[in-house]
Design a protein around this ligand. Structure first.
Ligand code: AMP
Ligand code: GLY
Length: 424
């Protein structure tokens, strides 16, 4: 079959590699893609937010399955548009994608379904929000309701700072996305990501990972999209995965189905592993980035078969298998990211890194200029090492990083360190 993948990050490069390797895939197109995805299929220039253009492209290329990587087109209803136009699409509908698009939506769903999560209040009025803050002890967690490109969560240790955040957000800091805010209890514990493949009714665990969100070593510096990850998540053993599937994922799926908006696609649960067990921090309606880059190489089941089964509501008797061998992925980002950064610096050494045993290079913000590869974004590469244990995976990932010659880039040196020591 002909398959279209939408997106252009390293997550999409990891997905593209798996899709291209499927016996079901005749031709893979990626829109808009990057130089890495161009090695797995054919890149096509197309704005994923222009639904009519995406539908036209699907008709032109006789696409039989469209796979959506990033959240903005999902929250914007690209799956509804494609399915209405007769193109099978893997990913949640606009209504189900609200699980990522609106924090208020998700918190209310948790309340309705009895899902363990932080206690919360929702506010459009600053006076009421500040009165609620008075009842909490710091740190206080304040979130914009809508999508804010990863910047919509502020954790304040001081009441005065929390009050200023309330004024800032309700005053229009993120436009309509912060017209309503959620204030919640701070959860203590270790964070981990659990992925589930969902068909509207059934959910299968689809790998675990731990991300490193801060820019610098030792979890210092500003929040980013993610500077590296490892899989499996060492804090999520099989019993905790089972606990999270039963108490969090399955009740969520049941509640969405009952509302008439079943969730199909990858459901990404950001969890806090607390003393009372896993609690939900947030949901995303797609795979994680960089988590995808460390989960996909471990997948032993055909990805296209799995996505088709999910889209068709056929996961009831389906199983997925993952390798026991861990992966560690280190993100190389442009100096200055997540703030201002320069573009256009030359990157060397990709082939050398990719030839190392157990090393895979996934591209994100890169651009080809003839034979040269140039940096063209914030997060530029993810270098993944796999091995018989975390020590080997870690060593290989950093050997891959050392093979890359890119003066304009930086990376964290402690990705996966806690998986090695077992301390968290
Ligand atoms: P979110 O976008 O909701 O995932 O929040 C971004 C980050 O803020 C999370 O990855 C957590 O590290 C942190 N965070 C969010 N909510 C809470 C909470 N209730 N307690 C502790 N940390 C939180
Ligand atoms: N790694 C965090 C995310 O994909 O949202």
């Amino acid at each position: 079959m002909n398959i279209l993948l939408i997106g252009s990050g390293a997550r999409e490069h990891a997905l593209a590699a798996k899709i291209a390797a499927s016996p079901l895939c005749d031709r893979l197109f990626v829109a808009p893609g990057n130089p890495g995805t161009a090695e797995c299929g054919t890149n096509l220039a197309c704005d994923p937010n222009d639904h009519a253009a995406v539908i036209a492209l699907c008709k032109e290329q006789a696409i039989e399955l469209a796979v959506i990587g990033p959240e903005p087109p999902l929250v914007d209803g690209i799956v509804d548009s494609l399915e209405n136009a007769g193109v099978a699409a893997f990913g949640p509908s606009r209504a189900a994608a609200q699980i990522e698009g609106s924090k208020v939506f998700t918190k209310e769903l948790c309340r309705e379904a009895g899902i363990p999560t932080a206690a919360f209040g929702r506010f459009t009025d600053a006076v009421a929000a500040k009165a609620y803050l008075q009842k909490l002890s710091p740190p206080m967690v304040i979130k914009a309701d809508g999508l804010a490109a990863g910047k919509g969560v502020i954790i304040s240790k001081r009441l005065s700072e929390a009050e200023a955040t309330v004024d800032d957000m309700l005053g229009g800091r993120f436009g309509a996305a912060s017209a309503e805010i959620v204030i919640e209890e701070f959860l203590e514990g270790e964070e981990a990501s659990l992925f589930a493949l969902c068909d509207g009714t059934n959910a299968l665990p689809f790998g675990t990972a731990q991300d490193h969100k801060r820019a610098f070593d030792g979890d210092e510096g500003p929040n980013t999209g993610g500077m590296g990850a490892f899989s499996p998540a060492v804090v999520l053993d099989d019993a905790l995965v089972e606990n999270a599937m039963e108490r969090i994922i399955k009740p969520t799926l049941a509640a969405l189905k009952k509302r008439g908006t079943p969730f199909r696609g990858f459901l990404y649960a950001g969890l806090m592993i607390t003393k009372e067990g896993p609690k939900l921090i947030e949901y995303n309606c797609r795979f994680g980035d960089p988590e995808c880059q460390v989960v996909m190489p471990r997948l032993m089941t055909d990805l296209v078969t799995a996505m088709l089964a999910a889209r068709d509501g056929m996961l009831g008797k389906f199983t997925v298998r993952f390798s026991q061998r861990p992966c560690v992925g280190v993100v190389l980002a442009s100096k200055g990211y997540p703030g201002e950064f320069a573009r256009g610096g030359e990157i060397d050494g990709l082939e050398a890194a990719g030839r190392l045993e157990g090393v895979t290079v996934f591209q994100a913000g890169t651009r080809r200029d003839g034979a040269r590869l140039l940096a063209d974004g914030g997060r530029v590469l993810t270098i993944v090492g796999e091995g018989k244990d975390f020590a080997e995976a870690h060593r290989r990932a950093y050997a891959g990083v050392a093979a890359i010659d890119w003066p304009g880039g930086f990376h964290r040196r402690d990705i996966g360190a806690r998986a090695l020591t077992g301390e968290w």
